[in-house]
Ligand binder design. Structure first.
Ligand code: HEC
Ligand code: HEC
Ligand code: HEC
Length: 413
């Protein structure tokens, strides 16, 4: 009993100590003032936990919010709780009511400290604040194929938000069915990446978006075409005015990419089984997945795949084919075959893998990594456990982002 209590308090302290709270990790992604009301709005509307929870139940039953989120714990966080879990003395009185025996005896809990929960939003640059008007416009532009020369290809063609934010192709088909030779990474959680593209050639999402709009193998457009077509649609001109208030001539290429980037910063996927596990839901992972997590740490995958999206944002050597990676950007021989570590969130739904999309199975990708990056040969069962762990990183794409927007105008020249 004593031992159980000590373990219990250690467990509680370790989870209570985790910085990002339930609200930040599970609710704030949607409750950002665009999809659903912000925390402060809710706190001024609801005064008791009971009122709050009644409304939550209603919203869940109406299908506005997913079932199974830790609503109760979020409510405790927002309205306070009588359950004082910081003081071991109180715990003595009511030890087992607080958490289950399974939680106490999770031998894998010590691996949690190597990981970071996903914050609700990535860093927002000072020169491109997130506003509901801008995100709304950015979403329309993301889905609008008229930004491409052929008027057929949108960002969503290759970064399909119903398919995990990518196209599940080896390499993407762009204008005139040309391919660019590289696999499309997901746009989900892309705001958390330190640099964009496999070779890191764009520092920000704003700079990144200029690439596909103009690339021959992607949308093959020009800033002039984009601006001309948008200006020909009066509803778009109005939306730009609202998104960029105070600007005389807001329909510019710079503002197009700012709006798209703002929208992309809302494409975050909270509430994966692994996120829930990190925040204390011990049974959110299976035993195999926990073993996979432990192997991921022990074998050193974590050395490169770390931080909230499991990418260090740095470049590492991966000699795989003729693609020289970072060298194409810097022409520095030391950068030959260097690629930026990709994120691993939602990796289970973004096959095929690697910069050329040459590997279809997640188990196989894990084995390749262990061999090439760590010089280890994994057994099938180890690779399967790690892959199963990676499958627990699939989160929820915000509902609002997945609903097709109504686009204005019809056929601008
Ligand atoms: C997938 C997106 C999403 C997530 C995640 C989410 N919500 Fe919501 N929530 C909504 C939507 C959409 C509404 C409805 C907004 C409306 O109709 O005005 C809503 C409404 C609510 C309301 C009622 C608001 C009102 O003004 O009546 C409460 C309370 C609430 N959510 C609490 C939470 C809590 C607590 C969490 C985290 C555990 C959470 N939500 C997570 C999307 C979400
Ligand atoms: C024809 C397919 C195609 C279209 C259309 C396309 N992309 Fe991409 N996207 C790709 C490919 C392929 C890459 C990887 C290229 C590379 O790294 O060299 C990529 C990379 C990215 C990345 C970097 C993600 C990371 O992990 O580094 C982001 C963000 C992105 N695209 C957003 C967009 C946006 C926004 C649009 C619309 C303006 C768009 N893409 C249009 C195929 C496409
Ligand atoms: C030395 C740094 C490093 C280590 C260690 C490392 N990785 Fe990677 N990982 C990378 C880089 C860089 C890539 C991108 C390779 C490319 O260009 O396709 C990558 C790609 C991946 C991919 C493919 C992602 C995608 O979307 O295509 C998976 C899955 C992966 N790693 C898992 C692991 C696992 C599991 C381990 C441990 C066994 C591991 N990695 C160890 C750097 C590393």
């Amino acid at each position: 009993m004593r031992r159980a209590l000590i373990l219990l308090s250690a467990f509680l302290l370790s989870t209570v100590g985790a910085k990002a709270g339930v609200w930040e990790t599970n609710c704030a992604g949607c409750h950002n003032g665009m999809v659903a009301p912000t925390k402060s709005k809710l706190l001024s509307k609801f005064h008791t936990k009971r009122e709050f929870m009644a409304k939550v139940k209603e919203m869940v039953s109406k299908g506005k919010m997913p079932p199974g989120l830790p609503y109760g714990r979020a409510a405790n966080e927002l309205f306070g709780t009588k359950r004082v879990i910081h003081r071991p003395k109180r715990i003595h009185k009511k030890p087992m009511a607080v958490t289950s025996v399974a939680a106490v005896s999770d031998p894998y809990a010590r691996y949690k400290k190597f990981f970071k929960p996903l914050p609700a939003l990535p860093p927002i640059p000072a020169d491109n604040p997130l506003t509901p008007e801008k995100v709304k416009l950015g979403k329309m532009l993301y889905y609008d194929p008229r930004l491409s020369r052929s008027k057929l290809i949108s960002c969503n063609t290759c970064h399909n938000l119903a398919l995990g934010g990518d196209d599940n192709q080896k390499t993407s088909l762009g204008d005139h069915w040309r391919t660019g030779g590289r696999n499309a990474p997901t746009t989900l959680n892309s705001g958390f990446l330190r640099v964009q593209f496999w070779d890191g050639r764009a520092p920000t999402l704003e700079e990144q978006a200029k690439g596909p709009l103009q690339a021959h193998v992607e949308m093959n457009s020009t800033p002039e075409i984009v601006v001309r077509r948008l200006k020909a649609i009066p509803e778009y001109v109005e939306l730009f005015k609202k998104a960029f208030p105070g600007e005389k001539d807001p329909v510019t290429f710079e503002n197009v990419v700012k709006a798209i980037a703002a929208f992309e910063r809302t494409l975050n996927t909270p509430n994966s089984p692994f996120q829930r596990y990190l925040l204390g839901e011990t049974n959110a992972l299976s035993k195999e997945q926990k073993e996979g997590m432990a192997l991921f740490v022990k074998y050193g995958c974590i050395a490169c795949h770390n931080g909230p999206v499991l990418s260090d944002g740095r470049f590492h050597k991966f000699k795989w084919n003729d693609d020289p990676g970072r060298y194409r950007v810097t022409k520095n021989p030391a950068d030959k075959y260097m690629f930026r570590t990709p994120q691993l969130l939602n990796v289970a739904v973004t096959a095929p893998y690697f910069h050329d999309g040459s590997v279809n199975s997640l188990e196989e990708a894990v084995k390749v990594m262990a061999q090439k990056e760590l010089g280890k040969k994994l057994s099938n069962s180890e690779a399967k456990k790690i892959a199963d762990f990676l499958r627990s990183l699939t989160g929820e794409v915000p509902l609002e982002a997945r609903i097709l927007p109504q686009l204005p105008g019809n056929n601008p020249q």
